[in-house]
Design a protein around this ligand. Sequence first.
Ligand code: FE
Length: 221
Amino acid sequence: MANDPHVTAAAHVHRHDHPHDDRHGSELSEMQLRVRALETVLAEKGYIDPAAIDALIEAYETKVGPHIGARVVAKAWSDPAFKKALLEDATKAVLGFGVINRVGDHLIAVENTPQQHNMIVCTLCSCYPWEVLGLPPVWYKSAPYRSRAVNDPRGVLADFGVTLPPGTAIRVWDSTAETRFIVLPMRPAGTQGWSEEELAKLVTRDSMIGTGFPKQPHEVK
Ligand code: FE
């Protein structure tokens, strides 16, 4: 399916405007109406296959979610060779985790350390690593998050209840349609000997966006 140009075109249309997000709402925005009109024209002319679009959206709504990213992080915590591969080429490393690969997409993993905390945002719109985290949270798409994440990252983190040591720098990564980021959080202390399955339970969605920390061992055991 990834090689089908029709599916690629559909994915691109949906990626930014997600008209199906709001299909249960009564009011469509002007942009949503324009996207829907474009989708209708493209389908009528045979450029896109509505059934393929529906299958893609169904996958993002039901199969793709932060559990995929959590497995990626847990493996990186457990397997140094995988961690190295992930940091070198995340696009390639996440294949095999049930990721729906999209042509032209590029995923970059950024590692948190005691010296640097990473946080992701899309200042322009809502670009998000859907393939590993599923659908973005509403706040990720909000104007206050998008602007403040850059201007006042420490303030945004405080709003999320995240306090970093004063010596930890914050680096904010601005996503684009082609380049997405996933944060590799630090492995919580007290998890020696844990299996990947156990470790994955510690990995929250927000910890992979950089607006949260992983859970502590006592929270899952
Ligand atoms: Fe965007």
